[in-house]
Design a protein around this ligand. Sequence first.
Ligand code: AMP
Ligand code: MG
Length: 361
Amino acid sequence: MARPLPDILKIQWPPAADRPPADTEAALDRAVGILRAGGLVAIPTETVYGLAADALDADAVAGIFRAKGRPATNPLIVHVSDVPMARGLAGSWPAAADAIAARLWPGPVTVVVPRGPSIPDIVTAGGPTVALRCPDHRLARRLIEKVGRPLAAPSANRSEAVSPTTAAHVLTSLGSRIDLILDGGPCGHGIESTVVECTADPPRILRPGPMSRRHLEEVVGGPVVWPEGVAADASETPLRSPGLHAKHYAPRTPLDMPADPAAHVAGLLDSGARVGWMTRAADGMQVRRLAGARELVIVPMPDAPADYARLLYATLHALDQRELARIVVDPVPDTEEWRALRDRLARAVTRPPPGSPGAPT
Ligand code: AMP
Ligand code: MG
């Protein structure tokens, strides 16, 4: 028998209230019951929606890998409600992790530290370190407190697909593979956390994200580096460190990021293709010249990186519903503040099939 679709329960916590309303508490209690029984619950965080399971229950965590179709070699981030819970899961607590947790948690930054004995192998993909984060989302933290256990929670989408920033995205991607969705509205940041390896000296950024390198350096009080040999774009060098698959975060519709987007869009329209164009120059001449084309969907994208990040995945999800032949996106600046977005876009870009000229090896 086919499994039913999961319930979607709205949750909220008005800023002025010192506790959530009763119906939200009831929804959280339902999630607690499912999580304690080893089930899977999609939860909002300030980055993207996570697919949560009890991080200390290896069978429950195996359910995450199954539901996502995630390779067992890709470790998970464990979410905690506070710093003491994080320290209890770590084998040791490096100075960089201490500084980051004390000053930037709750927030969109994950620390990689030596693992303690309570963490099951499956969470770390068998490795000696564990990734920990305290989310800046009051309802996510309240859920973790109510469960009384840390929650492993990768993004709540099928592996290699675009991360979800709304409950509807989760339902589209995972549907009946999961037990419950908590709907807390759209995510604030819209891209995944910055991941910092704190076992290295100096600490290294394994994944760029909303927390900038400069900010991390201020907090750590010394250099924080990009890993050696890792290019600004994920497409340029496959990442070799454990768990950093050169995976895609790709929409189903092929996506191009050409140097001259206007010419590329014009060429596609000439060949009769239906095209979506994500552009930061929607008022510019080049866009206005093509704007009348019936087969063209223009999506203006914001100029500020934080605003762009909030809309990126939602835009890709929306364009994926439009039956387009191609999505074209303007290249973004090659500066540090755009680095996380360059990384995500590079992973979303359609690559030539293996073996063809220009294919990554
Ligand atoms: P996701 O859960 O899809 O947001 O991805 C989690 C990210 O954290 C992936 O890039 C993982 O490779 C990374 N990660 C999780 N645990 C570790 C670890 N122990 N060492 C290095 N990277 C990790
Ligand atoms: Mg993910």
